[in-house]
Design a protein around this ligand. Structure first.
Ligand code: GLC
Length: 545
């Protein structure tokens, strides 16, 4: 871990480990801590600075760990607390930082607090830690308001005793009441528990959802589709009071030696609203979902980059760029489609229209060079470095995401980006599970992944893996990359060209014509062959100037 003057989190490349699907150490078909430990040398070889690990806490797994029953225990499916401690130590020995996920918006319905709330009944202090209300209408048979669950259906469930409780996600994920001092104190204590065990920070799940309007009013009418983006005063998303919570979390982080840092999963209406999360006395960074949601279009991307850099720059925070994660369609499958429809938080992208995966992969290669050349930090979602596409043909019988059931089978959910990743070999489990494993991978892996794992891509200079590795190495070595500024250079429509000091230029051709690269002393890296100084459509290049 470097000791340079720039704090590590300002320009770290953070690798997202979706623990169920990364590597299975004990052969039960589900990824685990033992699996992560065994793959640390790979992550070091790849050249990432940190890992973000999706929730590993004790959980009934109604939402694959985002329903936490005990925040101080590891789920037995993934291992033990002792193994987690060893993983943190070993990762540090490899120069890799560790960032677990923390889930503060809701607990599991099996959490001791929720069980106590159910047992204690209406009007009890135990219920005040959650959001319990009487219903509307005769006999209170209607939900207290019209809020909807992000997974489909109403955000309220009624109990046999007549009260309703709020869950912005599945009914197994009751929302906590963040106006309650015990809720605040408990989470600060959980943060200290893990900071004391050496974690370097946290990814904060649904960071924009914790505070609800005290009167729980109905939803406002939606904004018109057209017209500039603006902030909508919403009864449960992105309320101003949420920042108080993060100011105290920052103080907790600052109690510990070393640079501990937070990254918010916050979906905000505008870049200004996002920037409000990342202040000197607030969180360190926030995911920049505008970049991920942008279509493969030079104008759109440039606008997103400019807005993000200027809003975050104004508060002194670095940008973080992300192309894929465990909640969205993998980007080679997004970029391989014509649909340029802009998607929103409430209407996630769903694959539509025919897929040209070759084109999507070409663009994914170029997008990687764009993302890794931008000022700030970046996230790489496991398997992205292999160029994995979304698995779109999982049989309905294997789908597990609660979205599938909750949407009445209208939405297949997020399993297609969560399939266990291939490490080696020509048949499942492709090295994901050890030889002679007793369990099959928890989601079936496609036949098309034969020969496309780490082992096969390693050493093949044309592979996605070697492109990522070369880019990460250059990024570490080149003084212009990482934290800092960029300057846009003149370029024809559809081409993005920017310079970074000293002596670096990144060019991305999103147009349909070849683009003659500007004068340069050498071609550092390109996403594909560059002939006679011409960058082909859907290609990117890094130049020394
Ligand atoms: C976040 C997570 C997602 C989870 C949800 C509820 O959006 O990224 O996977 O389902 O929160 O915790």
């Amino acid at each position: 871990m470097s000791t340079s003057a720039v704090p590590w989190w300002r320009d770290a490349v953070i690798y997202q480990v979706y623990i169920r699907s990364f590597a299975d150490g004990n052969g039960d078909g589900v990824g685990d801590i033992a699996g992560i430990r065994s793959r640390l040398p790979y992550l070091k070889w790849l050249g990432v600075d940190a890992v973000w690990i999706n929730p590993w806490y004790r959980s009934p797994m109604a939402d694959h760990g985002y329903d936490v029953a005990d925040y101080r225990e590891i789920d037995p499916l993934f291992g033990t607390l002792e193994e987690a401690e060893r993983l943190i130590e070993e990762a540090h020995a490899h120069g890799i930082r560790v960032i677990p996920d923390i889930v503060p918006n809701h607990t599991s319905d099996r959490h001791a607090w929720f069980r106590a709330a159910l047992a204690a009944g209406p009007g009890s202090p135990e219920r005040e830690r959650y959001v319990f209300r009487q219903g509307r209408g005769p006999d209170g048979a209607e939900p207290p308001n019209d809020w909807v669950s992000c997974f489909g259906g109403p955000a309220w469930t009624r109990l046999p005793d007549g009260e309703w409780y709020l869950h912005l996600f599945a009914p197994e994920q009751p929302d906590l009441n963040w106006q309650h001092p015990e809720v605040r104190a408990e989470f600060e204590s959980i943060l200290r528990f893990w900071f004391a065990r050496g974690v370097d920070g946290f990814r904060i799940d649904v960071a924009h959802g914790l505070i609800k309007h005290p009167e729980l009013p109905d939803l406002p009418p939606p904004l018109e589709e057209k017209g500039p983006r603006r902030h909508l005063d919403h009864p449960h998303w992105d309320r101003d009071e949420v920042h108080d919570i993060y100011r105290s979390w920052r103080r907790v982080a600052d109690e510990f030696p070393g640079d501990r840092s937070f990254v918010a999963e916050a979906w905000a209406d505008t870049p200004e609203r996002l920037a409000a999360y990342v202040r000197a006395d607030g969180l360190h960074t926030a995911f920049n979902f505008d970049f991920l949601m942008s279509s493969w279009d030079a104008k759109d991307l440039r606008a997103v980059i400019d807005d993000s850099l200027s809003m975050l720059g104004a508060v002194g925070a670095p940008a973080t760029w992300v192309l894929s994660n465990h909640d969205v369609v993998r980007h080679p499958s997004r970029y391989g489609r014509k649909t340029a429809r802009r998607w929103t938080v409430n209407e996630p992208y769903r694959a539509e229209g025919p897929l040209d995966l070759e084109l999507g992969t070409l663009r994914a290669r170029a997008a990687a060079l764009l993302m890794l050349a931008l000022p700030g930090g970046a996230y790489v979602y496991q398997g992205e470095e292999l160029g994995l596409p979304e698995v779109e043909d999982l049989p309905e019988s294997v789908l597990q995401d609660p979205v599938w059931e909750r949407s009445g089978h209208a939405d297949r959910g997020r399993d297609g980006c969560r399939v266990p990743i291939p490490w080696s070999g020509s048949s499942p489990p492709y090295g994901f599970s050890p030889d002679g494993a007793r369990g099959e991978p928890w989601l079936p892996q496609p036949a098309a992944w034969a020969g496309r794992g780490m082992a096969e891509q390693r050493g093949d200079e044309h592979s996605m893996l070697e492109l990522y590795r070369a880019a990460l190495r250059l990024r570490r070595e080149h003084p212009a990359l990482g934290d800092g500024d960029l300057t846009w250079l003149d370029a024809p429509a559809g081409v993005l060209v920017f310079g970074r000091e000293p002596g670096f230029v990144c060019a991305v051709n999103l147009s349909a014509e070849g683009y003659r690269l500007p004068a340069h002393t050498s071609l550092l890296l390109a996403s594909g062959p560059v002939e006679d100084g011409v960058l082909a459509p859907d290609h990117a290049a890094w130049l020394a100037v």
